[in-house]
Write a protein that binds this ligand. Structure first.
Ligand code: NAD
Ligand code: ZN
Length: 342
């Protein structure tokens, strides 16, 4: 089958012919229709320090996809050939304390599709059936291909009650912009989103942000004044992975504020800890998506009118994969979809 793989320990990604994946008794085989390129795929493409430590070579990568069931293991129940699915990319052990308690996203032994086991940038993917998520007809293949990052955004945005609250989102990457759309959908008041990338800030405006601010040109406190905010933000979503952005969030959040941290901050990040202590802040680390409560909620929100269409800015046939990676690397994009059906 046709596939995109990390074949060399150097920047790049390569198209190759690979053997069809095998499925076990508890697996399904998914025929891939559309995939999306994640920021993680760009780390793997660029072969940065994290990728060098994490990614086995050679390996097919990718973990954002929509497809349909093409074969079913003998022990699998609940799926039939032709069912449309996407899938959860974290494969949990099923036996640790958190798995047993139904908190599988917090499994100590998570394995990642397209990160530590073969991924979806291929004509076929073998996946444990419990990780496959059925798609209702209202969810298009394009939307389904980005349920993984929409799930990150949903996990963050629904972590705290945002109804009537003022939200600060640092980082208008695809996940930050989708989090803005969700906060708007569920009833936040002011949603301020910051970035240094004007293209992405414009996407955020189109998806429900009250105010999208380029912090190179304007400060968050000036935005607060314009919006008539006297005290501070009630809730923060850190989605940039930038330590300066996080520190600025700590400065502008109100006492008793709540922060969900998604962006991977550098190890040497220093914080003004007294902001956290003396303001009585609650900080929650976010990893992946809740299995499978997040999946249920995000699909319900799509069915009830959450519009994520503007975040998909490019759609290319798989043979143009290099162009797709170049666009993602440029930062002048939202989500890039690669189509495997042509
Ligand atoms: P992304 O890299 O596309 O977006 C990050 C954005 O932050 C970029 O648009 C960048 O311009 C912006 N930024 C940089 N410096 C900034 C600053 N000082 N202030 C405000 N914005 C700034 O990433 P994404 O795909 O949207 O993901 C968001 C973050 O979450 C990334 O750090 C990613 O690695 C991380 N992530 C975490 C998980 C998890 O499970 N915890 C899952 C997916 C992604
Ligand atoms: Zn586990």
């Amino acid at each position: 089958m046709k596939s995109l793989a990390k074949l060399k320990r150097e920047p790049g990604i390569w198209m190759q012919d690979a053997p069809m994946p095998e499925i076990g008794h508890n697996d399904v085989l998914i025929k891939i229709k559309k995939t999306a390129i994640c920021g993680t795929d760009i780390h793997i493409y660029n072969w940065d320090e994290w990728a060098q430590k994490t990614i086995p070579v050679p390996m097919i990568v990718g973990h954002e996809y929509a497809g349909e069931i093409a074969a079913i293991g003998s022990e699998v129940k609940g799926f039939k050939i032709g069912d449309r699915v996407s899938g959860e990319g974290h494969i949990s052990c099923g036996f640790c304390r958190n798995c047993k308690a139904g908190r599988r996203h917090l499994c100590r032994k998570n394995i990642g599709v397209g990160v530590t086991r073969p991924g979806c940038f291929a004509e076929y993917l073998s996946l444990p059936a419990v990780n496959a998520y059925p798609l209702p007809p209202e969810v298009t293949d394009e939307q389904a291909a980005i349920l993984d990052p929409l799930g990150n955004a949903t996990h963050v945005a629904l972590s705290f009650d945002v109804v009537g609250e003022d939200i600060l989102i640092t980082g208008a990457g695809p996940i930050g912009v989708m989090a803005a759309a969700i906060a708007r959908h569920v009833g936040a008041r002011h949603i301020v989103i910051s970035d240094v990338n004007d293209y992405r800030l414009e996407l955020a405006r189109n998806m429900g942000a009250t105010y999208a601010v380029n912090i190179k040109n304007e400060s968050i406190s000036s935005v607060m004044k314009k919006l008539g905010m006297n005290e501070g933000f009630d809730i923060g979503f850190e989605m940039s992975g930038n330590s300066a952005a996080f520190n600025m969030m700590l400065e502008t959040i109100n006492h008793a504020g709540k922060i969900a941290l998604l962006g991977f901050l550098p190890q040497n990040t220093t914080l003004d800890w007294n902001q956290i202590i003396m303001k009585g802040l609650i900080i929650k680390g976010i990893y992946g998506r809740e299995m499978f409560e997040t999946w249920y909620k995000m699909i319900s929100m799509l069915q009830s009118g959450l519009n994520i269409a503007p975040i998909i800015t490019h759609h290319l046939p798989i043979n143009d994969f290099q162009k797709g990676f170049d666009i993602m690397c440029s930062g002048i994009s939202g989500k890039v979809i690669l189509d495997w059906e042509q």
